[in-house]
Each structure stands twice: as C-alpha cells, then as structure tokens.
Design a protein around this ligand. Structure first.
Ligand code: ZN
Length: 254
C-alpha cells in the first residue's frame, strides 16, 4: 500500500513537473540558446550585457577629442579588483553614466560638463557599485526574461532565433543605460562610490558634492530626463543621500 501511494505520488509530481517544464520551454522559446529562468547563467547574462554595450556604442557618437582626453586623464589610474575597466564618452546632452559587468563604463558628455574631475570619479564609483552589488546584472536579467516572455507570447510559432531579437536587444540597452534602482540600491552604490574615492586617493567629499549637484540639477525645470536625475525625482528621500555622504566624509576627517 505504501509503495502504491508512493507510486501515485511520484506520477503526480513527475507528471506535473514534466508538463510544467514543457510550458516553461514554450514560454521562453523565443529566447533561443540563451534561454530560460533556470538556465540563465552568469555567463549568458555577461554575454547579453556585452552585446548591449556594443549596441549602445554603435548607436552613440563616441567622443575622440577633448572629452575623451579628459576622461582618460581622470581614469587612467582607476582600478577595481575583478573588473577590466574601459571607458568611453558618448556625446549626449543627457546627464547620465552607467557601468556594465564586463568593466565597460560610459559617461555622457553633458555629465562631464556639469562635474569636476573628482565628482566624475565619485559617479564612476557609484555606477561600478551597481555592478559590484549585482544591481546592473539583475536589471538586465529581468529585462531579458520579460522580453523573452513577451516575444514568446506574441510569436511562439516563429521559430527559435539563436540570438537576441532587435527589440530584445533594445530592451537590454534600456535596462543598462536607464536602469531605475531602489532607494536602498542607490544608498549602497553611494557607499561604494565613497569608498572608491577614498581608495583612489580622491577628495572624500567628492560623492557628497556630486550628489548635491545632481539633486539641484534634477529640480531644474526642463532638466533632461536621465536615469541619474530620475533617481532623485522618483525617490522622495533622495536629498538624504548627499547628507549621508557628507557625514561619512566628516567622520573620515576626524
Ligand atoms: Zn545609482
């Protein structure tokens, strides 16, 4: 009797999981070989982020003169364990910057106009903080799973493309360059940026100064919407971010 019960139980469980697996395969079919929630490995996410950066690089005008020279002079001695940092400037009038898991860091020219060198290092540190704490990776992962589910629902019969569709790639670039993070994630990235400045021998008030500036800029009417500024308008307590960084710098001074 016990064996029969066990058998029934097994059939139930196995039967359920087999059909569940088929549904899941269908759901993520459109994602090709990078696929589904269970097999979406770190390598696959790294490959997706690499492709997203390449796509963004090809869609933007990359500065090769004054901005590039300045960024090079600011960043030539920066390093982070485990990341092969590389930097580029996009000629854009949005105040924005982002970092990617492969060590790519992209700064928009308007942000360089608005910030001092030390403040730029602080912002670079903040963005790398999102990478170090996996915020950036999770944002990409979620965007991919969402786009895979959507395209599967829309075009299951279209066959499996062993690569990202153009629209999926666009969603990934958006998740990379315009990710919206929680207030907790922003606080943690600020902490990382602060420590980053201290480690690189930069003014410990640089993170405070950069956040103060961003907060003021976000209140300007007609300010260009950017992920960096949106963090201040979407999180009501964002002004506290600068104060926290000031307290940390004060503490270090004493
Ligand atoms: Zn952030």
């Amino acid at each position: 009797m016990k064996n029969i019960t066990l058998l029934f139980f097994s059939v139930l469980v196995f039967g359920f999981s087999a059909s569940g697996q088929i549904k899941i395969n269908k759901l993520f079919k459109a994602g090709g070989d990078l696929i589904n929630a269970f097999t979406l490995t770190d390598d696959a996410v790294a490959e997706m982020s690499r492709r997203a950066v390449l796509a963004l690089d090809s869609m933007n005008k990359i500065d090769t003169s004054a901005y590039a020279l300045r960024l090079d002079s600011i960043t030539k001695d920066l390093s982070v364990d485990g990341l092969n940092l590389n930097f580029k400037v996009y000629q854009r009038d949005e105040l924005n910057a982002f970092a990617c898991g492969d060590g790519s860091v992209r700064i928009y020219s308007a942000l360089m106009d608005a910030m001092t060198n030390d403040e730029l290092v602080a912002i670079i540190g903040h963005e790398i903080g999102h990478v170090a704490r996996n915020d950036a990776k999770n944002s990409l992962k979620n965007a991919y799973l969402k786009s895979a589910a959507e395209s599967a629902a829309g075009s299951v019969s279209k066959g499996v493309a062993a690569q990202l569709s153009q629209s999926q790639l666009m969603e990934l670039t958006h998740a990379l360059a315009s990710a919206q993070y929680s207030q907790q994630q922003e606080y943690a990235a600020d902490e990382f940026g602060f420590e980053f400045c201290v480690r690189q021998g930069i003014d410990p008030y640089a993170m405070y100064n950069a956040l103060t500036k961003l907060s003021q800029l976000s209140k300007k009417p007609g300010a260009h919407a950017s992920a960096l500024l949106q963090a201040f308008s979407t999180h009501p307590d964002s002004d506290k971010r600068a104060e926290k960084m000031k307290a940390k710098a004060d503490e270090l001074q004493h």
